[in-house]
Design a protein around this ligand. Structure first.
Ligand code: UDP
Length: 477
């Protein structure tokens, strides 16, 4: 875990908060490595165990670290901090903020740094980068549309009154994105009095101070949002918006998993007809209640379609869905006789499936997803239509983008209520797998897949954007 040495070309990536942020950061690190840079991924460490979902002790993080020996991961020492009454998310934001001076000490200890690339939640590290005279860029690991909406929020709050939580499904009109129902904005910004929301808005206000913003997307997918970001439509008081570089889709390559043993679900997929399987999985933390698991089971069963379903134990406390959970007891959680009855056309996987390979498999025909951005990108790049069932963070916004903007999926209705009924699950599976609407979606996905592949060719727009970024980095000296 020690920094590796290639002093004049070292890039420090400051990552945070969970697997969904770390995976694309690691992919970015590989991009730098391929171009001869040395890379250090600097991770904050929390003195409070509940806030430490990124700790090297977290099994998912440990797996990512172990799978990438060519990257130096550096655990920054924990700051002095104790606010046991704060919400876990607030604790994490506090810890990251208090880590900025620690990062500065670390940066000063390095002989020479080409750039610092920051995760969304690390705005205070801008000061550390400025103090050592190193250019700072953000790497936004969600969609360009979400970034456009987030960056507009400070202006929105400065120029309006009242709370989003009182607006129900009234539509918000932000530059570059389709109209967003107020209730689809992230939970923490719904109430101005929410201290976490205030902290997030502080982040969005400061992000444009960076020299540039890398985004894990490709232009074809989000042309409108990218244009709005380029024009700085969100920052009315800043003459020159930071340059935007769409460098995605940066996705874990299938061969990473191929190094290990092939997962049994891939062999199962091999035996299924082309485009016949509905894959259902809800991200690295997927939190579904016991009652909801049963409804999903009934829905998948009554749809009549084949399915591959990743099941996790329901969280003990739904508000703490991000804490590690034990393996699920399928016999207890799933309806009686379900596994028997669906044995010929369904497979249930506990905890984790090699999602990228599953999505790329010819047998996969649809993806029921929580709309985490990595999942959306992986589905778009694999050409698989989505059944959108957003759960937490910015996923409802991604749902709006996927369904209303990109037209790559359908919504599972009642996602914002306590329980989605089996009938809705079955209905939407049929819409995507059997209907004319599903056929149109697949056509659009075929294009999304083609454009994703093109974006990453040597002279494709995303590779060119990364080359432009490297040029900018060079000129910043
Ligand atoms: N993932 C996976 N297998 C699983 C669950 C998740 O490989 O069973 C990967 C998935 O491919 C994606 C990441 O974990 O790269 C999840 O990121 P996303 O942004 O979709 O959601 P988050 O976990 O951040 O909510």
């Amino acid at each position: 875990m020690e920094p590796n040495s290639k002093p004049s070309q070292t890039v420090v990536l400051h990552a945070t908060l969970g697997v969904g942020h770390l995976i694309p950061m690691v992919e970015l690190a590989k991009h730098f490595l391929r171009r001869g840079f040395a890379v250090i991924i600097a991770l904050p460490t929390s003195p409070i165990s509940t806030a430490d979902i990124l700790a090297s002790s977290n099994p998912a993080v440990a797996r990512i670290v172990a799978a990438n020996p060519s990257i130096s991961f550096h655990n920054l020492p924990p700051p002095d901090y104790s606010e046991p009454d704060h919400d876990d998310f607030q604790q994490m934001l506090d810890v990251i903020r208090l880590t900025a001076p620690i990062l500065l000490t670390f940066l000063r200890s390095l002989p020479s740094i080409a750039a610092v690339v920051l995760d969304l939640f690390c705005v205070d590290a801008l000061d550390a980068a400025a103090a050592v005279g190193v250019p700072a860029y953000f790497y936004f690991t969600s969609s360009a549309g979400v970034l456009a909406a987030f960056l507009h929020l400070p202006h929105y709050f400065d120029t309006t009154e009242g709370n989003l939580k009182d607006m129900g499904k009234s539509l918000l009109h932000f530059p570059g994105v389709p109209p967003i129902p107020a209730s689809d904005m992230p939970r923490n910004v719904l109430d101005r009095a929410d201290p976490i929301g205030a902290s997030l808005v502080y982040h969005y206000r400061r992000m444009p101070e960076a020299r540039g913003m890398l985004i894990n997307t490709y232009e074809w997918l989000e042309a409108r949002a990218v244009t709005a970001l380029r024009e700085g439509a969100y920052v009315l008081d800043r003459p020159t918006p930071p340059t935007v570089y769409c460098i995605g889709p940066l996705i874990v390559k299938g061969e990473d998993a191929a190094k290990g043993e092939r997962h049994a679900c891939l062999a199962w997929l091999d035996a299924q007809p082309e485009r016949s399987v509905v894959f259902a999985s809800f991200g690295s933390m997927g939190a579904v209640s016991a009652e909801q698991l049963k409804e999903i089971a009934h829905g998948l069963e009554s749809s009549g379609h084949r399915f591959l379903w990743v099941v996790r134990s329901p969280p003990k406390d739904p508000a703490k869905f991000y804490l590690p959970r034990p393996e699920p007891d399928l016999g207890m959680l799933l309806p009686e006789g379900f596994l028997e009855r669906t044995r010929d056309r369904g497979m249930v996987v506990k905890m984790w499936a090699p999602q990228v390979e599953v999505l790329r498999h010819a047998a996969t025909g649809a993806f029921t997803t929580h709309c985490g951005w990595n999942s959306v990108l992986e589905a778009a790049a694999a050409g698989v239509p989505m059944l959108c069932w957003p759960q937490y963070a910015e996923q409802r916004l991604n749902k709006v983008l996927v369904v209303d903007g990109m037209q790559l999926g359908v919504v599972i209705d009642c996602y914002d209520e306590e329980l989605v009924k089996a009938e809705e699950v079955a209905k939407k599976v049929r819409v995507v797998m059997e209907s004319e609407e599903g056929k149109k979606l697949r056509e659009r996905l075929t294009m999304a897949k083609k454009m994703a592949a093109e974006a990453l060719t040597d002279d494709g727009p995303s590779c060119m954007a990364f080359a432009e970024f490297l040029k900018d980095l060079e000129h910043s000296k």
